[in-house]
Design a protein around this ligand. Structure first.
Ligand SMILES: Nc1ncnc2c1ncn2[C@@H]1O[C@H](COP(=O)(O)OP(=O)(O)OP(=O)(O)O)[C@@H](O)[C@H]1O
Ligand SMILES: [Mg+2]
Length: 262
């Protein structure tokens, strides 16, 4: 579905990513972690085709983003939904207009039909449509804004893959839980692949079965939860050490969950 092949990327003279190869298949959930400035958001920008690799390839659905003409690239981009860190809603538009924005701008649907879709999508992300439809984003909590942003991404592109840049940063525990549950629901119900960047290790464990750790622009680790915990690489251990307790806790909770299911 999404693949980076031996990608090198620089901002000016400064190398940011070095020989990065990542592959995410249909319906897979992958979390990208790593220190601040290691290049995580840059990877999302490359997948969206907002920046071009210096060498190597970015493939979406087997097609190379960099070699396509702009029109075809736009088509391919429609298969990707992006939720930016701050939600990036339009401040002066209502929630309804934000979620329906793409349909208003790019289709011939009338307002009634658009509202119908918007209401359905707001319901899907766990908001009560009548309560939020005519509000401005600033009148909603951070967690609600994040859900509106997810609803907008879903209604914009009918995506096959969703990219999230730090989707739970700045949210209280309850809103975090709601957003994570929604992200998991998208993967399981709509068969959408997930690529999420997060600093929250507990969130990462809730979301993904595979982890990628980026360190200084290189893939330091790519593997499962158990492999991550037992990884001997000193960069990965160093990165994980502050979170070791929560890693063990989450793994224990998962284990108990599995036992209860059996
Ligand atoms: N437009 C830009 N021009 C020049 N340098 C940039 C630009 N955007 C990002 N950088 C630099 O590229 C490096 C990687 O940035 P990136 O945003 O990918 O990091 P990140 O891993 O997402 O970090 P964070 O966890 O803080 O969000 C950083 O050192 C950053 O300063
Ligand atoms: Mg970032």
């Amino acid at each position: 579905m999404i693949e980076l092949r031996h990608v090198n990327f620089s901002y000016g003279e400064r190398p940011i990513l070095r020989d990065v190869s990542i592959r995410v298949d249909q319906t897979e959930s992958v979390v990208i972690m790593g220190p601040s400035g290691s290049g995580k958001s840059t990877i999302l920008r490359l997948i969206l085709g907002l920046v071009q690799p210096e060498s190597g390839e970015v493939l979406v659905d087997g097609e190379s983003m960099s070699s396509l003409p702009e029109k075809h690239k736009r088509e391919l981009r429609k298969r990707i939904g992006m939720v930016f860190q701050d939600g990036a809603l339009f401040d002066s538009l209502t929630v309804g207009e934000n979620v329906g924005y793409y349909l208003i701008e790019h289709t011939d649907m009338d307002w009634e039909e658009i509202t119908e879709r918007v209401v359905e999508m707001l319901g899907f992300v766990g908001l009560i449509p009548e309560q939020v439809l005519d509000k401005l984003p600033e009148q909603l909590s951070g967690g609600m804004q994040r859900r509106v942003a997810i609803a907008r991404a879903l209604l914009s592109t009918n995506p096959a893959v969703m990219l999230y840049d730090e989707p739970t940063t700045g949210l209280d525990p309850q809103s975090t839980e709601t957003v994570l549950t929604l992200m998991n629901k998208l993967t399981s119900e709509k068969k959408i692949s997930t690529i999420a960047v997060t600093h929250q290790i507990a969130d990462a464990m809730t979301l993904a079965d595979r982890f990628i750790v980026i360190d200084e622009g290189m893939v330091a680790f790519d593997g499962t939860t158990d492999e991550l915990r037992d990884c001997p690489d000193s960069r990965v251990r160093g990165f994980l050490e502050p979170f070791r307790e929560s890693v063990d806790l989450v793994l224990a909770r998962k284990f108990v969950g599995w036992q209860m299911m059996e």
